[in-house]
Ligand binder design. Structure first.
Ligand code: SF4
Length: 222
């Protein structure tokens, strides 16, 4: 029997903010209706204390099946861009604003659907808990959904792309140094660009990642 979804993920958060405890609890989340059709919760991946946190929109079809973020086509583009920007994946924590795959069926295909504002807000406690646990120096929002989850619904990536910003006061954590946040496009936007400007879009994306890298204290590459 399917349990009716609760109003947000907050009541599913454990007391223990260790990443393994968070991931385990998120696997049982019923904070919105997205868990009903998705295969599994796709929690973030990476280690506590890494300098960069990358936040996408939601898992895609591949991620939903494998249970890991950024393993589909857009994820592969992201990993290539990170490499071109000189960022070792091991120094990033990779996650999404929404932890379940939202889709509609077209025959056998499952077609991505953008999560609603309500769903993004419902899932936000997991993202906040991940930030508190990982304590990154810089959060890189990939696309509007991630950026608006942290910076408010009026935030426009096109207007503030690449700027290094403080989190809103309601989201400031009592950690030193305080995590800053920046925003760029989602790698799927580069992937979908079939125009002659796709190479330029990719180059700009890599430049944004290089800018994110600058000023962040990276340990020796591993
Ligand atoms: S999308 Fe987020 S809030 Fe909704 S059920 Fe999944 S983990 Fe919970």
């Amino acid at each position: 029997m399917t349990t009716a979804p609760a109003a947000g993920a907050g009541s599913f958060l454990p007391d223990d903010l260790e990443l393994t405890a968070l991931e385990d609890a998120a696997g049982r989340c019923r904070g919105c209706a997205l868990y009903v059709d998705a295969t599994q919760t796709v929690f973030g991946h990476g280690a506590r204390g890494v300098p960069l946190m990358l936040v996408g929109e939601q898992p895609g079809d591949r991620e939903d099946q494998e249970g890991l973020p950024f393993v589909g086509p857009a994820g592969r583009l992201l990993q290539r861009a990170l490499d071109d920007a000189g960022i070792a994946p091991g120094w990033t924590y990779q996650t999404n604003a929404v932890k379940h795959f939202k889709f509609r069926r077209e025959g056998k295909r499952r077609v991505h659907q953008k999560p609603s504002r309500t769903e993004v807000v419902a899932c936000k406690p997991w993202l906040i808990a991940e930030i508190e646990s990982v304590r990154p120096q810089l959060i890189v929002c990939l696309g509007a959904t991630a950026a608006q989850s942290l910076l408010g619904s009026t935030f426009r990536v096109t207007a503030h792309r690449g700027e290094r910003l403080r989190l809103p006061s309601a989201l400031r954590f009592d950690v030193d140094p305080e995590p800053l946040v920046t925003a760029t496009v989602h790698p799927s936007a580069v992937l979908r660009d079939r125009s002659q400007r796709r190479r330029e879009a990719y180059a700009l994306f890599v430049e944004d990642l290089k800018s994110a890298r600058a000023g962040v204290d990276f340990p020796a590459r591993r």
